[in-house]
Write a protein that binds this ligand. Structure first.
Ligand code: GTP
Ligand code: MG
Length: 197
């Protein structure tokens, strides 16, 4: 699928103020600094669309982007950022939770995971929670430019072994690098195929 237009629509912390439309949407979630905003920029070929930073905790609101005037990409704050105060963490968590539970337009959540790390409890718990709430999700492994090809395979195998303990069928997954623009077509084609079905 080709992206011909990508526009910022609105940022907010209240799911009831998200765009009042019936367009399908796809949300990016995962630990702070995993590369959610960077991936949105890579997918849309616009390095300034979503704000990115080397410091975790950059994205602090629910951000809607309108793609091809037909669907939304949603950039969310990361979870698990230790340096945010307890109160802020609770606030973020509350509106992320509300977003996933209430946003009927959400078609699929992409849970981003840094390929270099061992499976993290916070990610596994979040996927479990999505499953319990019947929210479809896929996994996007990020920053694969940081590993050699054979290391990538080993990491993927280890990750899916851990997932197999909780999931009969593994979720769809994508292997990406925003730096090298790897996996971009696969993610876009996946979205395109869901939009058409
Ligand atoms: P928060 O908004 O803080 O939750 O972070 P985020 O998940 O949106 O991460 P962001 O896209 O801001 O990227 C965090 C850092 O990782 C930045 O320094 C990016 O340049 C870097 N980064 C993102 N994607 C990649 C990638 O594919 N490869 C490499 N090497 N670095 C990446
Ligand atoms: Mg971000």
């Amino acid at each position: 699928m080709k992206i011909s237009s990508a526009k910022f629509v609105i940022s907010n912390s209240d799911v009831s103020k998200c765009p009042n439309s019936s367009l399908p949407e796809y949300a990016f979630i995962g630990r702070s600094n995993v590369g959610k905003s960077s991936l949105i920029n890579t997918l849309t070929d616009n390095k300034n669309l979503a704000k990115t930073s080397g410091k975790p905790g950059k994205t602090q609101l629910i951000n809607h982007f309108l793609i091809n005037n037909a669907w939304h990409l949603v950039d969310l704050p990361g979870y698990g950022y230790a340096r945010v105060s307890k109160k802020d963490k609770k606030t973020f968590q509350k509106y992320i939770t509300q977003y996933f539970l209430k946003r009927r337009q959400l078609v699929c959540a992409f849970v981003l995971v840094d390929i270099r790390h061992e499976p993290q409890k916070i990610d596994l718990d979040f996927m479990q929670w999505l499953g319990e709430n019947q929210i479809p999700f896929s996994i996007i492994f990020t920053k694969v430019d940081k590993l050699k090809p054979q290391q990538i395979d080993t990491k993927l195998q280890a990750y899916f072994e851990v997932l197999a303990a909780n999931w009969e069928a593994p979720p769809p997954y994508f292997v990406t690098s925003s730096l090298q623009k790897l996996g971009k077509e696969e993610v876009l084609n996946y979205i395109g195929s869901i939009n058409q079905s």
